[in-house]
Design a protein around this ligand. Structure first.
Ligand SMILES: [Zn+2]
Length: 419
């Protein structure tokens, strides 16, 4: 069998494994949230809050769609014409065209060019956030955050590029197999190691002061069978007025992180409700689910890229002989960008189902649908959510059920449990 035949066979196996994992790990049966309850919940929200949320999202939309369109056009322009290959060559030239320079510096240049061209839209987005009072950061802080995230991506990107093109050189016929394994391993590393490494780059964490709330959160986690080592407060107010909480780490390193903005804005019972939702993620091992799906998807994508990348008309467009040379990196990025767009609605659907399950967990753990609903109202108000966004937008990219869906789920739970 040729490497190509093996690749086809491997791709088939990975796709089957992915479909089985999606069928088994994703909670497809969602807790009820009847549309009638949703409409009633929408009527119960203050009209001013609904108008403001809709206006905010209406103002964000042009920047978001423009960034998406420009990102796609740039990727296609660099990848499906010889322009991208020339950029890689140009960056490698001062180093005598050495493959490492082309692979690492050329690759980073392609990625950063795309970032740079969408930068105006990120700035536009920020002006909207500031206008609606959601961003508390000055331009300086915003720029520093941007540079930090560029630095983090540059370090990871350089390692990935170097690793990938080293493997390609060592195993020119079988790189896709090592690439697939490497991509899967990278997903695992990024989802477990990265949060721990990257969180401190952006925020400072301090243990929550001893008191009734801390004791309640620790006790609830223990009652839920998800013991946590610590309850930390993140200084999120440095950049945002949005509220949030999450659970990170595994086993003995597991901790609850609460935004300082949440503590300032919400009643203690509401904080408990948010943390109960986060414990649901920990208990159902949602990070594992995401990691398994992501790892299988990434491995399948690498093998598919190898197969698509041997299609001569495509190589001719990019002006390269093989998808495996550094000069073809822009073509890889173009294919990955298109694949990412196609995957967006699927990832959003899976995420919405997982979030709905965590909501159901929070309702069952606290047995307090009234506070859950109050928290959803508050979250929507503080984060300026559109409580009932347009259907196409929900299907395209919503990672969480809408505010009215979450309120309706609480109402349905209250009816069922007689609370
Ligand atoms: Zn969640």
């Amino acid at each position: 069998m040729t490497p190509r035949a093996w690749a086809l066979l491997t791709l088939g196996g990975l796709v089957v494994a992915l479909l089985v994992a999606v069928a088994l790990l994703v909670p497809w049966s969602r807790p009820p949230a009847p549309r009638a309850d949703q409409l009633a919940a929408l009527r119960d929200l203050p009209a001013e809050q609904v108008t403001r949320g809709r206006a905010f999202h209406g103002a964000l939309r042009p920047a978001a769609w423009s960034a998406l369109a420009v990102g796609l056009v740039v990727a296609l322009l660099l990848g499906l014409t010889p322009l991208g290959g020339r950029l890689v060559e140009l960056v490698g030239r001062p180093f005598g065209g050495h493959w490492i320079a082309q692979a690492v510096l050329g690759g980073l240049a392609v990625v950063f060019l795309a970032d740079l061209l969408t930068l105006p839209f990120a700035a536009w987005r920020r002006t909207v956030l500031v206008r609606y009072g959601l961003s508390t950061q000055g331009w300086g802080g915003w720029a520093v955050d941007l540079l930090k995230s560029y630095a983090v991506s540059a370090v990871i990107g350089a390692l990935v590029l170097l690793g990938f093109y080293t493997v390609v050189r060592l195993a020119p016929r079988w790189w896709w197999a090592f690439g697939a394994a490497g991509a899967a391993a990278l997903v695992v590393v990024l989802s477990f190691v990265l949060p721990v490494l990257v969180e401190p780059v952006f925020n400072r964490f301090t243990p929550m002061e001893p008191g009734p709330l801390r004791s309640e959160l620790t006790a609830m986690a223990a009652r839920d069978g998800v013991p946590v080592r610590d309850v930390l407060v993140a200084d999120a107010s440095r950049r945002t007025s949005a509220v949030n909480a999450y659970v990170s780490g595994l086993g003995p390193t597991r901790r609850v992180v609460v935004y300082d903005t949440l503590l300032r804005e919400a009643e203690p019972a509401e904080v408990t409700s948010v943390v109960a939702h986060e414990l649901g993620h920990a208990k159902d091992r949602d990070v594992w689910t995401g990691t398994v799906l992501g790892a299988l998807g990434a491995a399948a994508a690498v093998v598919a890229l190898y197969l698509i990348g041997s299609w001569t008309p495509l190589l001719r467009l990019a002006g390269v002989d093989s998808i495996a040379q550094p000069r073809a990196f822009p073509l890889l990025i173009a294919l990955v960008t298109v694949a990412g767009l196609l995957a967006t609605p699927v990832q959003a659907l899976v995420s919405r189902r997982i979030e709905a399950r965590a909501d159901a967990h929070a309702l069952a753990l606290t047995g307090d649908p009234a506070t859950f609903e109050a928290m959803q109202r508050r979250l929507a108000g503080v984060n300026l959510a559109d409580p009932d966004p347009p259907r196409w937008e929900r299907l395209w990219s919503a990672t969480h059920p809408s505010t009215v869906e979450r309120m309706a789920a609480a109402r349905a739970y209250a009816r069922e449990s007689g609370r």
